[in-house]
Structures are given as structure tokens and as C-alpha cells.
Design a protein around this ligand. Sequence first.
Ligand SMILES: *[C@@H]1O[C@H](CO)[C@@H](O)[C@H](O)[C@H]1NC(C)=O
Ligand SMILES: *[C@@H]1O[C@H](CO)[C@@H](O)[C@H](O)[C@H]1NC(C)=O
Ligand SMILES: *[C@@H]1O[C@H](CO)[C@@H](O)[C@H](O)[C@H]1NC(C)=O
Length: 204
Amino acid sequence: MHRQIFSFVIALCLCAHWAIASLTSTEIANALNELAQQGFAAKDLVLEINSTSDAGPLRDVYTEIDTIVTVVLTDISFITNTPVITEEAQEQVVYEGYSNFVQSLLELMDAFASSAGTLMSLDHVSKYKVPAEVRVLESAVDAYFYNIISLFPGNSSYNAQASNQKAQVDTHCYEAIWAFDLEEAGPGRGNGSVQARWLARGSV
Ligand SMILES: *[C@@H]1O[C@H](CO)[C@@H](O)[C@H](O)[C@H]1NC(C)=O
Ligand SMILES: *[C@@H]1O[C@H](CO)[C@@H](O)[C@H](O)[C@H]1NC(C)=O
Ligand SMILES: *[C@@H]1O[C@H](CO)[C@@H](O)[C@H](O)[C@H]1NC(C)=O
């Protein structure tokens, strides 16, 4: 009896291992495009809150971001087992999905940055909650993008372009965080701000 259960568990593990062995380029691209849809949906909600001054959907924005983070962290384990893509057409498919997700993140961060004042006046918690969400999202996406980029051959233009876009996402995330931090700190209190600390990092 116990032995049977044991064998069953081993079989399950083998199955799971088989499943995470690797992903096809189409599966990776589909995952990226679904993530992009979540990103665009979150952005639309932020813009809606900003224009209607109804903070209700803010909870949904956090939920969307948490979902993106969960999916991204799950996908990383699959992608680390996927070999470098050698076919140009497949690189193209993955790159298009990647660019799509990048674009949604850039727009989401810009929406946060330009709505920071409204969001904080509607809901005081957003002053801490949004930057915290953005930080978690940024670090999950950073690891995810790193793994996706490594699927492109090192000498391919996809690799170079994807690395460039990854850096842009980082910058826009910091700009979104600064927008909340600066509103809180106010002008002239630059030393306490994330921006000042981030800029100081280079000289420490
Ligand atoms: C959000 O609302 C503020 C104040 O009404 C406005 O200045 C800003 O441009 C809006 N942001 C977006 C992205 O529409
Ligand atoms: C990249 O390098 C591989 C082998 O090292 C070569 O076959 C391929 O043509 C190169 N691709 C580009 C875009 O330079
Ligand atoms: C920031 O801190 C430095 C010393 O660490 C000080 O010299 C400077 O005046 C401060 N700037 C502001 C705007 O408080």
C-alpha cells in the first residue's frame, strides 16, 4: 500500500520533471502575450482611476500585478530548462511576445508615474503600496527577462535589443517609484528620496 503510494509519488515527480524540461518557442511567446494583456489591463485600470477619481479598482490593480508576479516566477523555472533558440523564425516569435510584455510594463509604469498625485490623494495607502508592488514586480520581471534574453544567441540582434528593453523597464519602474516618493517627500527633501538614494548608489 505504502509502496504503491510511494511509486505513484515518484511517477508524479518524474512527470513534473518531464514537464519542466523545456518549453517550445510558441509556448513562451503565448505566456509573454498573456502577461502583456495583464499589464495593459492594469494600466487601463490605473488610467480609469485617475480619470474617474474612484479608487475602488485599485485593489484590482494590485491583484493584476500579484498575478503577473506569480506567473513570471512560475515561468522562470520552465525557461531555465529551455535551450538557446537557434531558429531565426522562433527567435522572432519569442521576441515579439517579449516586446509586447515590455510595452505593457512601460505603459503601466508611465500610468503610475503620471497618476501618482491623484492615486495618493484618493488613497493614502497607495503611497506605500504602489512603490512596494512595483519593486516586487520589477525584481520578478528582471529575473524573468534575464532568462528570456539568455534564450537568444549571444551574438543575435534579438539579444541586444531585448537587453536594451530590459534596461528601459528598470528605468520606468524607478521613475514610477520616484513619482510616489517625490510627492511624499516634497521638493527640497531630495536626500531622503529613493531617487537621491538611487543616484547616490553609484558613488557609495
Ligand atoms: C491623471 O490626472 C492628473 C490630474 O487630473 C493629470 O494631470 C494627469 O495627466 C492624468 N494622467 C493621465 C495618465 O491621464
Ligand atoms: C552567431 O554565431 C553562430 C556560431 O557561433 C553563427 O553560426 C551565426 O551565424 C552567428 N549569428 C550572427 C547573427 O552573427
Ligand atoms: C543632502 O545631504 C548632504 C550631506 O549628506 C548635505 O550636504 C546636503 O545639503 C543635503 N541636501 C539636501 C537638499 O538636504
